[in-house]
Write a protein of this length. Structure first.
Length: 156
């Protein structure tokens, strides 16, 4: 079965610590990301081994579950998708000093090796819809993150 790799990133006028907190506080994340329902086991803050499920509203509704495979505050979050509809590895990397004046940071979401699981997911990826949807939703999430941290209007 083929696997997929991609990277989406954004520059933010926020500290790496603020970005890391926004991405690893499950209660806060469901507030700044409209249309997202987050459920998790364990504490409200990300912890290694913790399972987290995301459900996005829309048609078709989309959801996935991953396990926190590693944390390196405030620069990296390692994820392992738990099937279905995806299995594989991903990471979020937060790099300080990005941007025009060396302030703020860059946030990058890396799909390192992700495979669709099940007939519908495999079909969606074979037709190009799965990867396109992932990239679109990641960009939208990054815009909401930017809005939340910079207090600017979001562009979806």
């Amino acid at each position: 079965m083929p696997f997929y790799q991609t990277v989406e990133s954004i520059e933010l006028a926020a500290s790496p610590e603020a970005v890391y907190r926004a991405l690893t506080d499950w209660k806060a994340r469901s507030l700044w990301r409209p249309g997202l329902r987050v459920t998790w086991d364990g504490p409200d803050q990300a912890a290694v081994g913790q399972c987290v499920s995301f459900k996005l509203k829309g048609f078709p509704a989309y959801g996935f579950t991953y396990r926190i495979a590693g944390l390196e505050p405030p620069s990296r979050i390692y994820l392992e998708y738990l099937a279905p509809p995806l299995k594989g590895r991903a990471a979020i990397e937060i790099t300080a000093g990005a941007g025009n004046e060396g302030t703020g940071c860059r946030v990058a979401f890396h799909w390192m090796k992700v495979e669709p699981v099940g007939f519908l997911a495999s079909l969606a990826f074979a037709l190009g819809w799965g990867l396109a949807s992932h990239r679109r939703q990641t960009r939208k999430t990054f815009q909401y993150l930017k809005q939340s941290l910079e207090k600017a209007p979001a562009r979806a």
